[in-house]
Design a protein. Structure first.
Length: 339
């Protein structure tokens, strides 16, 4: 998977010779003249311009205008990150993680997710779920990966579905509440930023390749599952069952009581698209979730049992668009399932 923070080319008007050189380099880059772009950026980068330093990092990362060199890219990203360049912080954190320097990457990942950056949210969320170089925190892991998924990162949606097989309903609700705060705090952080950094142009699918550690595969209830760097890790404990009140015995009525049938939720369309609302080891939790949110989706319930896991799905949607709309109405993080 290849994803990126950078989008279309953004320019800022800045005074001074160094800024002129940086802009000239960006113009050359946009024409495909990568060698000239690097030549324009090198001197201001050496002189300490963070935009030029970030652009040099991009050039070495992509091998455009210079031979690809991850060491040089890391050095330039680090220089710009130390000056507070947001995109450089993102890329520096990701490179450190990919190179195996997870403890060193952690403070930079935290700075990045504070701005609601979707790539670093997926990485840090996966680390928190696996307990990889950090203490496990499944509620926050779910929150970060939810935000990444909500921002359109497809791998985050897949990771979220895996997490759903292990976390409790309480952890899910905590995570969703955290996700809202992360979104709000990230918006505030971006609005408070005093500068508008100058990124190097690059199509989103061609920048940073990201492959976070694999989540544990689904196993039968009570079984352990592998976590990178650990021999065994226990699945999430089941929530303690609440004691049930015993109803007082009543004499049987002479005639059956008439009850009104519960109307089935209206189906949007008789289609084959589905949405998955959750997956549980305890089937009762699956039924409980449907009871809370199923009626909001406008779909039919479908319980899918696989390897001791019960997946709760709403079916009957005519298109991906209809299924995504149903996800939004459900109020929970869900995944669209194609026919």
């Amino acid at each position: 998977m290849k994803v990126a923070y950078l989008g279309a080319l953004a320019l800022i008007a800045v005074a001074g010779p160094a800024a002129a050189d940086v802009k000239a380099g960006v113009d050359a880059w946009s024409r495909g003249d990568y060698g000239k772009a690097v030549a324009e950026w090198r001197k201001p980068a050496i002189d300490g311009d963070p935009d030029a330093q970030f652009n040099m990092g991009q050039a070495y990362k992509l091998g455009r205008g210079v031979p690809a060199d991850i060491g040089q890219a890391t050095e330039w990203f680090h220089k710009a990150a130390m000056k507070g360049h947001a995109q450089a912080e993102d890329n520096y954190a990701l490179i450190l993680f990919q190179e195996g320097h997870k403890a060193e990457a952690l403070p930079w990942l935290e700075k990045s997710v504070a701005r609601d950056e979707k790539r670093t949210e997926l990485v840090l969320g996966t680390m928190l779920f696996n307990g990889d170089a950090v203490t496990k925190d499944w509620a926050r892991a779910f929150a970060l990966v939810s935000r990444s998924s909500q921002q359109g990162l497809s791998q985050a949606a897949q990771t979220l579905a895996q997490m759903d097989q292990y976390i409790t309903p309480e952890q899910r609700q905590q995570g969703l509440a955290m996700a809202k705060r992360i979104e709000e705090d990230g918006r505030s952080a971006r609005l408070a930023a005093a500068t508008s950094p100058l990124p190097a142009a690059e199509p989103p699918q061609r920048t940073t390749a990201l492959r976070p550690p694999a989540l544990p595969p689904a196993k039968a209830p009570g079984a352990s599952y592998p976590v990178p760097g650990h021999e065994k890790a226990a699945p999430a404990p089941k929530p303690a069952a609440k004691p049930q009140k015993v109803a007082k015995a009543e004499p049987a009525p002479t005639k059956p009581k008439e009850t009104k049938p519960v109307p089935a939720p209206a189906v949007v369309a008789n289609g084959n698209w589905r949405i998955q609302l959750g997956a549980f080891r305890d089937e009762n939790n699956a039924h409980a979730l449907w009871g809370k949110v199923g009626g909001k989706t406008g779909g039919r319930v479908n319980y899918v049992k696989t390897g001791g896991i019960t997946k709760v799905q709403a079916t009957g949607f005519a298109s991906r668009t209809a299924a995504q709309a149903a996800c939004g109405k459900s109020g929970v993080a869900c995944v669209v399932v194609a026919p």
